[in-house]
Design a binder for this molecule. Structure first.
Ligand code: G3P
Length: 497
């Protein structure tokens, strides 16, 4: 009987399930988008129950496609949108409100207050993060303050908190296992990345009861088994990592200095910095990459809040295209963006600006600008933002990145990859499997369950699809970047009262 590793990839806009074989090839895939809830400008929510049912739906579908049963699955690995905050009732398993999504800006003013009180350096030293509404801590506090009865119930031990992997593991084990992995814990702004424990000072400062927090655990070990009612039998769940760290693992960036860039809903550039945290002077985050076999690896991260989501905006809100794939053809129909710049700061800007009050803009419009220019400018914005991250990463590490390994849905877009290489003046390396986020989770679970014996097995699986090489003149590059920098300046602080 063939056995596979099941990777559950719970992203910001869709749930996926992919079954991987020993060569790291996807043998069955199922995917479904779920609802995005925007109650106010700048707020973003998800229904955690809908995430749960959608995730289980795609898992069943992926199994059905190969006529498989639980017996064909040796282990499950989970990877997830990070920071998104769920609070639920321990007895009923019902969330007490919608999940607050990582993109949500509702706690920006509270973050300003923490900064005014001079807490930034201490938080940074402990958690590796800047104080920002992006991370789970202030979202969790918001729920405790604003959902009726929440604080009292949390203090009485009736409520549990989790990021999405914690929520899914708890649900899949029938409420028996309440854990998080170090990589996800390191995105909460409550976790001390040196001691690998929840930080008591921060918990006190934010008035968060420790009893509602999950137990932090390594990223590759058996957390528990699925309730037999779900797949018909117990399957070990033995890998978990935040999606960006998981992609770093899936790209086999095991050594210090290795870098990958993922083009998903957001865009995330991560460098493995080895067993010691490296702190940035220029707005990058220090985060835990993974914990495996008693060793913790750290990463330096540049976070772009809106990358592929900008193409979804063109599709869903502007209705300029019916399928994101069309963006490649549309962009290639025109020779350039005709001076148009799109700054997709829909939820503020992340690295290196960290401006929660920035908002999106389209600049440089002239009478001849058409929808193809707008689509092209949107794709180009993804490359410009990545260029900015590469600049600061080089400054922080003193290391020039010679080539960029890419992955994520939008890395399939040949126009974008060519433009990325043109703007970076560096080769862009695209592997055959661009679903490295889910592949990383499969590897973490497969290592813990003995499906793969060690990292050497996995390294053999990485195969190149295509290398993109720059063919833009330096004058043209300078001119493009000049326009981008001017455009970004226009949107900073826009929504500040
Ligand atoms: O930190 C947010 C990140 O984990 C979201 O990832 O893949 O949904 O863009 P993605």
């Amino acid at each position: 009987m063939n056995t596979y590793i099941m990777a559950l990839d719970q992203g910001t806009t869709s749930c996926r399930c992919i079954l991987y074989d020993r060569q790291g090839r996807p043998v069955s895939t199922a995917q479904k988008e779920f609802r995005q809830i925007y109650p106010h400008a700048g707020w973003v929510e998800h229904d955690a129950m809908e995430i749960w049912s959608t995730q289980m739906g795609v898992a069943q579908e992926a199994l059905l496609k190969i006529n498989g049963t639980w017996k064909n699955v040796q282990a499950i690995g989970i990877t997830n949108q990070r920071e998104t905050t769920v609070v639920w009732d321990k007895k009923t398993g019902e969330p007490i409100c919608n999940a607050i999504v990582w993109q949500c800006r509702r706690t920006a003013e509270y973050c300003d207050e923490l900064k005014r009180r001079g807490l930034e350096a201490a938080f940074r030293e402990k958690t590796g993060l800047l104080i920002d509404a992006y991370f789970s801590a202030t979202k969790l506090r918001w729920i405790l303050e604003n959902v009726e009865g929440a604080r009292k119930r949390a203090e009485a031990g009736e409520l549990l908190f989790g990021t999405i992997e914690t929520w899914l593991i708890w649900k899949m084990t029938g409420g028996r296992v309440h854990v998080t992995d170090y990589s996800n814990a390191s995105r909460t702004m409550l976790f001390n990345i040196r001691t690998l424990a929840w930080d008591e000072d921060i918990l006190r400062e934010l008035e968060i009861p420790a009893c509602m927090l999950p137990e932090p655990r390594p990223s590759s070990e058996i957390y528990g088994r699925t309730d037999p009612n779900i797949f018909g039998g117990p399957i070990p769940i033995c890998g978990a990592a935040g999606d960006q760290q998981s992609a770093l693992f899936g790209q086999t960036c095991f050594e210090a200095g290795e870098v990958k860039n993922t083009y998903g809903t957001g865009g995330f550039l991560l460098m493995n910095t080895g067993e010691h945290p490296v702190f940035s002077e220029n707005g990058l985050l220090t985060t835990i990459a993974w914990g495996i076999d008693g060793t913790v690896n750290y990463a330096l991260e540049g976070s772009i809040f809106v990358s592929g989501a900008a193409v979804q905006w063109l599709r869903d809100e502007l209705e300029l295209l019916s399928d994101s794939d069309q963006s490649e053809q549309m962009a290639e129909r025109v020779a350039d963006s005709n001076g148009v710049y799109v700054v997709p700061a829909f939820v503020g800007l992340g690295a290196p600006y960290w401006d929660p009050y920035a908002r999106g803009a389209v600049l440089g419009l002239t009478r001849g600008a058409n929808k193809n220019h707008l689509v092209r400018a949107t794709l180009e914005s993804m490359a410009y933002q990545t260029w900015e991250l590469l600049q600061v990463m080089a400054r922080d590490t003193g290391q020039q990145i010679v080539a960029l390994k890419v992955d994520g849905g939008a890395s399939a877009n040949n126009f974008l990859m060519q433009f990325q290489s043109d703007i970076l003046d560096r080769p862009v390396l695209r592997p055959k499997c661009i679903e490295t986020t889910s592949l990383g989770a499969a590897y973490l679970a497969g290592l813990a369950s003995g499906y793969w014996k060690g990292r050497a097995d996995i390294l053999e699986n990485w195969q190149m699809d295509r290398t993109f090489k720059s063919n833009m003149t330096s004058e043209k590059r300078e001119q493009c970047l000049k326009g981008w920098k001017k455009a970004v300046k226009c949107v900073l602080g826009w929504a500040k009262r």
